[in-house]
Ligand binder design. Sequence first.
Ligand code: HEC
Length: 696
Amino acid sequence: MNKAAHWYRNKLVVFAAVLPIALVGAIAAIPPLRWRAEVLILQLTGKIPAIETRELLRFMIPGPEQQPVARLIETRNPFAVLRNLHVAREDIQAGAKIYQAECAVCHGPDGSGGPGGPSLTGRTFKNGESDWAIYRTIRLGVPGTAMQKHPLAPVHLWQLIAFIHAIDIQRGIPISSAETAPIVEVPSAEIAATDEPAEDWLTYAGSYRSTRHSLLREISTHNVAQLALRWQYQSDVTAGKIEASPIVRHGILFTTVPQPLGRVMALDAATGKLIWSQQYAAPANAAGGEFGAPVNRGVAILDDKIYMGTSDAHLIAMSAATGKQIWNVGTSNDPTRYYISAAPLAYGDLVVIGVGTKGGGVAYIVAYDAKTGGERWRFMAIPGPGERGHETWSGDSWKEGGAPTWLTGSYDAKSDTLIWGIGNPKPDYNPSARAGDNLYSDSVVALQGTTGKLKWYFQFTPADERDWDSNQTPVLVDRPTPEGTEKQLLWANRNGFFYILDRDSGKFQRATPFVQQTWTDGIDSNGRPMQRADLSRHKEGYVVFPGNEGGTNWWTPSLDFSLNLFFVPVVEQGMVFYSSGDDWPTPANRTFYTAVRALDARTGIQVWEYKHSPRAEKNETGGVLTTAGGLLFGSDLGVFFALDSRTGKYLWSVETGSTINAPPITYSANGDQFVVITSGRNTMAFALPKSVDGVH
Ligand code: HEC
C-alpha cells in the first residue's frame, strides 16, 4: 500500500466511525427529527400497539395536516392520539358518497341501520369509539361478522368517519350543505298558473285544481308495456303505512314516511339517491292516527320551503334545499287528541292544513304565514255556540263531534276560494247521541283563502250514521259555455254518489250513484238525500250498500278534461248495520270487489269499468292518476297497473310485492318521464328503458 492510499484509508475509517455519531447527534439536536426517531424506535421495538409501521410513517410526513404523533412517545396509545383531520364540509360530502356506494346497503341509506348492519347514528360503537378505533373497524373489518375489510385510501377512510360523525338522528344527515345544496324556488304564481302538471308535481293532487292529470305523454298507450323499474328507494321505517304523494321540483322528489321516528326526504328524482333526510321524532303520547297507525301523506312546497304535518299536530317549515327546520308550530291545544296526516296546501303567502281527531274533539282548518309560521286564520269544522249551524247538534254533542279535516283540499286561485272536505260526526254509528244534521260534518266547505271566512257549504250526508266522511279530493273544472265559464266542483263521495256543484255558490246541480246504493230513494233537487224509510232498523241488523268503507274513500280520483272522464276507485260492498249504534257493521257477503270506474264528468254516468277479482278481505284500494299519454295508472293491493284511459283496456301491470297505500304521481327528470308509486316501504320509479324511442 502506498502512502497516499494509506492516508485515505485512515480518513475513511475515522469518517465511518464518526458519521453515525454525528448523525445521531444531529437527529438529537433537531427536534422534528428527534421525536420521529423516538416514535420509530418505539414502534420497531413493539411498544406501540394497533398501528402498522407504514401507517405510522404516513402520519409522520410533515405537512399542513399534521397528526400530533409525537404524543405517542408519552402515551404509546394511537387510539388516544390519532384524530380525524378530514372534517371539512367537503370531506363529509365525499364521505357521504363513499358511504352510499359501500356501506348503505347494510347500514341503511341514512346510517340508521338495516337488516345487514347496525345503526351508526348512535354515539356508542362496541368495537371502539375513538377515531382510530373506527378507522380500524372500517379498514380491517370485524372478524367473524358481515363487516368486511375496506382497504380504502386513508383519506377516504377519514372522510367516511367524518360522515359517520356528522349523522345526527335528530337533525338529519347533512349530505347537502349550503354550498352544494340545490336551489329550490317555487313561486305561488307559478303553482296558480299550472292548471295541470307536466315536468314538476307541485301539490298533493298535482295542481290547485286537483285533477291529478298530467300533460306528460312520453309514456303512452303505445309503449307503456315496456315500462320498467328505473330506481327504488327503500325506507327503513316500519311504523304505519306510507301513503305519501310526493312533490317534485326540478328533479328533486320530496316525500315522507310517517312518525313516530318518521322523516321527510329529498331524493334525486332521476336516480333515487338520497339528497337529504330529516327526522321528526314525535312525542310518545302523540295522537298518531285515529286507529294508532301513523300516516303522513306528504309535503307542500312554496318558494324555498317545504311544509309537513306531524302525528302530534305540529306543522313544520323546512328549507327545501337542505331540510333544515325553519319554523315549527303546534296547531292544536292537545297533541294527544289531534294529529296531521294530510299534506298541507300552500298558496299566496299561506300554508293551510287540516287535522284528524282521535275520538271526538272539534277539528279545524288552520292557515299560517308561510314565512314566519304566524297563525293567520282558523276555521272550526263545527259551529260554536251562537254560530249558524250550531243548532244542528243536540245538547253538548258538538263538543265531541269530531268532523275531521284530514285530507288536502283544493284551491281556486282566481276567486281565492279554498275548498275542503269535512269528515263524519262522532260517535260514528250512533246518530241518536247527536240528533240533528251535524254541520259541517260530511260536508264540503268553501272558504275565502286569505281570511278563512265561510263562503258556502254543502252537506252530502246529513245526520250520518255510517262513517261516510267527506274526506275526498275536491276536483275543480271550468267549462266554457256560450254565456261564459261554468265553474264546477266534482266530488265522488263516500256515500256512493258522484256530485256536481256550482263552485261559486255551492248550489247542487246533480248527483248520480257510481256504486250500488240502497240507502236512499235518490237525491232531491236541493241535494239532500231521500233516506229510505223502509230500512228495517232491528237490532239483528239491516243491509246497506255501500258499506262503512264507502263507495270510494280518500283514494285519489282523476279528471281527464279532454276525454270528459272522471276516474274513481270504488269498492262494491254491502254491510250489515245495527240499530244499537254501538256495534260495528259487518260485511253482508262473503266476498266483494274493487274497481276503477270512468264516469262521464257531466252526468256521472258510468262509461267503463275495470274490475278486480272478488276477494274477502281488505276493502281498500289505491288512488289513480291519468296522463296525456292516454293512460290511467292505478293500484289494487300489491298490483300497480296501467289502463287505456279512454276505454279501460288493460295495458300493463307489475306485482310490487307489498300492499300499495300511496297514490301514483308522474314527472320528468333528466329528459325522461317517470311514474312513481310507493309500495310498502319502497318508493319505486318506473320509466321506459333507455333504448326505447318515445315517439308515438
Ligand atoms: C355486508 C354488510 C356491511 C357492509 C357493506 C358494511 N358493514 Fe359495517 N358492519 C356490518 C356489521 C354486521 C357490523 C357489526 C359487526 C359486529 O358485530 O361488531 C358492522 C360494524 C360496523 C362498525 C362498528 C360499529 C360498532 O358498533 O362498533 C362501523 C363503524 C362500520 N360497520 C362502518 C362501516 C362502513 C363505514 C362501511 C362502508 C365502508 C361498512 N361498515 C360496510 C356490516 C356491514
